[in-house]
Design a protein around this ligand. Structure first.
Ligand code: CP
Ligand code: NVA
Length: 319
């Protein structure tokens, strides 16, 4: 069997994406049903226990993480596998060993590798040089694991994703790219509102547009935040300064200010529009405290779904 990587959402077909989301719902329901809310019962799905006992899954983090790191480690343990968590500084990678050599060596010990890094090309090199599945735990280009939890959350609240308008306001980078890919596959209208110079990558937009043509979805990109938010079923935002961009903080704060998700944006959206944020959030910057902590916000549920959707992804790739 050839190994499967998850480097962008497009690593899955639309059917596979739905399958992973269905499995994520099952994992969630079973975990909630299990009295202790933990452990082996939580790993049952599709009428049988998904058992990854004996497998070891490496996790390399070259950037900080709260949600991704903890939800993967817990999820791996609930599936019966072992997580081997590494920071780049602990590996010889930090002292100049090549990514290719690292991938070949780790493939001899581990059964999958979850990696958070800067360049998407590092993930691609790891995936092509190694023989085990590589999962993108965020790069500067994409955050495909986040998109799984995002769609799971919207589906739980709104049902069928087809035809829903998902408005993303802010920097058109990693999180926006994965939402464009995932939303297009699911037949959604993904509307991105970003300032000039901060729009999503043109190739991602073109590809998502092609996928949307087939799925019945739609992709729009505008520099007008209220146009992006108009009649939205869900409004999404992310930090203005991503990890690694700290030196640009002042200029980003200035340019992105009109894209803050606050009362005006929410007035443009549907009255019951969901509010999503991948977190960590900066209240008063990309989102007001009022909206972030308001009645339409599902951000903590969304964070919780990282666990269930990543367990589903691991089960899909490895079981
Ligand atoms: N949303 C997300 O990926 O959060 P962390 O950076 O805490 O993992
Ligand atoms: N765009 C953010 C996402 C964090 C989960 C970043 O890359 O820092």
């Amino acid at each position: 069997m050839t190994k499967r990587d998850y480097l962008t959402v497009d690593s899955l077909s639309a059917e596979e994406l739905t399958k992973v989301l269905d499995l994520a719902d099952e994992f969630k329901a079973n975990r909630q049903r299990s009295a202790a809310g933990t452990g082996r019962q939580g790993a049952s799905a599709q009428g049988h226990t998904v058992d990854l006992r004996g497998l070891s899954i490496g996790m390399i983090f070259e950037k900080p993480s709260t949600r991704t790191r903890v939800s993967f480690e817990v999820g791996i343990s609930e599936l019966g596998a072992k997580a081997v968590v590494l920071s780049a500084g602990e590996l010889q990678l930090g002292r100049g060993e090549t990514i290719e050599d690292t991938a070949r060596v780790l493939s001899g010990y581990l059964h999958a590798l979850v990696v958070r890094t800067f360049a998407q090309s590092r993930l691609e090199t790891l995936a092509s040089a190694g023989s085990i599945p590589v999962i993108n735990a965020l790069s500067d280009f994409s955050h495909p694991c986040q998109a799984l939890a995002d769609l799971q959350t919207i589906r739980e609240h709104s049902g069928d994703l087809h035809g829903l308008k998902l408005s993303y306001l802010g920097d058109g980078n990693n999180v926006a790219h994965s939402l464009l890919e995932a939303g297009a596959m699911a037949g959604m209208h993904v509307a991105v509102g970003s300032p000039a110079g901060y729009e999503p990558d043109g190739q991602v937009v073109r590809q998502a547009t092609e996928v949307a043509v087939r799925s019945g979805g739609r992709i729009t990109v505008t520099n007008d935040p209220l146009e992006a938010a108009r009649d939205a079923d869900a409004v999404y935002t992310d930090v203005w300064t991503s990890m690694g961009q700290e030196s640009e903080n002042d200029s980003r704060t200035r340019v992105l200010r009109p894209f803050q998700v606050g009362a005006q944006v929410m007035q443009a959206a549907k009255p019951d529009a969901l509010v999503l944020h991948c977190l960590p959030a900066h209240r008063g910057e990309e989102i007001t405290a009022e909206v972030m902590d308001g009645p339409n916000s599902v951000v903590f549920e969304q964070a919780g779904n990282r666990l269930h959707s990543q367990k589903a992804l691991l089960a899909f790739l490895l079981a």
